[in-house]
Design a protein around this ligand. Structure first.
Ligand code: UD1
Length: 419
């Protein structure tokens, strides 16, 4: 496996272009299974989760043509199986979208129990509740989920928890159902809107995505024959915003939707950073040690849990003491043990972490415990004095396209080395 070697104490400066959103791409790809036709997807991020999804779709009978490294054409007219390869699907979390898509298309689905980042318990009871309400029978056992239905019928579903995955999955299962489905207490993340826009472009009738009530009027068929461009990655953009703050740098971030970043912008201004927005560009610069802050992660439009480790790096070196309350995942502070190896003073307990700001970090070997923790450790290595080695890069490669190249262009002294 590769590692990143970073020589730190760098103030990041320059321009970076944001890729298509990972979390939208990993839902749009399985959503193509609902189409009985051909479609083209642009602005796909070049990441390993996308490669895995393409392998799965091909194994089910889809024909995929890579037009460019970021654009594919998918022909889903000859889907011949509703059984996804278990060994691939159990490698990553977002494989759960195959249940909703295959159920919608084939009225049956067999999918490996989803793996992915270890952020604590990751139940899928709300997904299952939604599928059952639509008329499916769902069994979980022997490492897989099996769902089947004679037919799916639209109904009203109230989500007990605001869940991104359950909202999208139930939306996928309802698109071809008979009648109207209402999802109440739906999640509102930008990629939910993106998946709904994709499906509507292909012929679906979904209204209200981005609010807490989504209505899906079932249609008999999605014909496709259209091109769709994946929304820019909110979390990647936020990662570079926080890298600018932590490194006391000056980064202009292109191809982002500034509205999706409002919670981050507000928080980093509070921490003493400067932010200038201009169309789809956002410039962040910070000339001083960041101010202390209190952060609480929340579903959108709150501060995203997927940016919690990255802001944790800025708070580790902030002037004063800070607190982060993590309200989504129960084990998202594993990165704090790695930051402490670099000289941070962080005490994590349960869903809270207390940060005693230190003046600087020092380089150390560290291990990415999950995708976003990995991004945070890269930022920490760029900020720290001396040399940092970041191990377990497969986590990072799942969701960030060419991350070291993007940081290198901003001045980071970073290289990938085979171990
Ligand atoms: C998605 C994102 C992930 C992000 C998370 C929260 C993808 C592929 N992943 O994950 O990067 O961190 O949203 O923004 O888009 N829950 C239940 N029962 C369920 C479903 C969820 O109790 O059936 C709980 C979870 O344990 C968690 C909370 O609800 O505490 C939110 O989870 P959810 O929004 O579903 O996260 P994911 O879709 O898995």
């Amino acid at each position: 496996m590769d590692k990143l070697v970073i020589n730190g104490a760098t103030k990041l400066k320059g321009d970076v272009v944001i890729s298509g959103a990972k979390n939208a791409a990993v839902a749009i790809l399985p959503a193509t299974l609902l189409i009985d036709g051909i479609c083209t997807i642009e602005n796909l991020p070049h990441i390993s989760d996308v490669t895995l999804y393409c392998e799965i779709l091909e194994s089910l009978g889809a024909k995929i043509t890579w037009n460019t490294p970021h654009e594919i054409t998918i022909d889903t007219r000859n889907i011949h199986s509703a059984q996804a390869p278990l060994e691939i699907t159990s490698k990553f979390r977002a494989s759960y979208y195959l249940i909703g898509s295959l159920l919608g298309r084939c009225k049956e689905a067999v999918v490996g129990l989803p793996g992915g980042c270890n952020l604590g318990a990751r139940p899928i009871d709300q997904h299952i509740k939604g599928f059952e309400a639509l008329g499916a029978k769902v069994d979980v056992g022997q490492g897989k989920i099996t769902a089947s239905a004679k037919k799916l019928t639209g109904t009203s579903i109230y989500m007990d928890i605001v869940s991104v995955g359950a909202t999208i999955n139930v939306m996928l299962a309802s698109v071809l159902a008979e009648g109207t489905t209402t999802i109440d207490n739906a999640a509102k993340e930008p990629h939910i809107v993106d998946v709904a826009n994709f499906l509507n472009t292909m012929g679906a009738d979904i209204r209200g995505a981005g609010t807490d009530m989504i209505k899906i009027h079932g249609v008999p068929k999605l014909t496709g024959n259209a091109t769709y461009s994946v929304v820019p990655d909110q979390i990647e953009a936020g990662t570079f915003m926080l890298a600018a703050v932590a490194s006391r740098g000056d980064i202009t971030i292109h191809n982002c939707i500034t509205k999706h970043l409002e919670s981050v912008t507000a928080k980093i201004i509070e921490m003493g950073a400067n932010v200038q927005e201009d169309g789809d560009t956002i410039r962040v610069w910070c000339n001083k040690r960041p101010n202390r802050a209190t952060v609480k992660t929340l579903p959108y439009p709150g501060f995203p849990t997927d940016l919690q480790p990255q802001i944790g790096v800025a708070l580790a070196i902030a002037d004063g003491n800070s607190t982060i309350n993590e309200s989504i995942w129960e084990s998202r502070f594993q990165y704090t043990y790695e930051l402490n190896k670099m000289g941070a003073k962080i005490t994590a307990q349960g869903k809270s972490a207390f940060f005693e700001g230190v003046k600087s970090l020092s380089g150390s070997p560290v291990f990415a415990t999950d995708l976003r923790a990995g991004a945070a450790l890269i930022i920490a290595g760029i900020v720290a004095n001396g040399t940092t080695e970041v191990h377990n890069l497969d986590h990072i490669d799942r969701g960030y396209e060419n991350i070291e190249e993007k940081f290198r262009k901003l001045g980071a002294k970073i290289k990938r080395v085979s171990e």
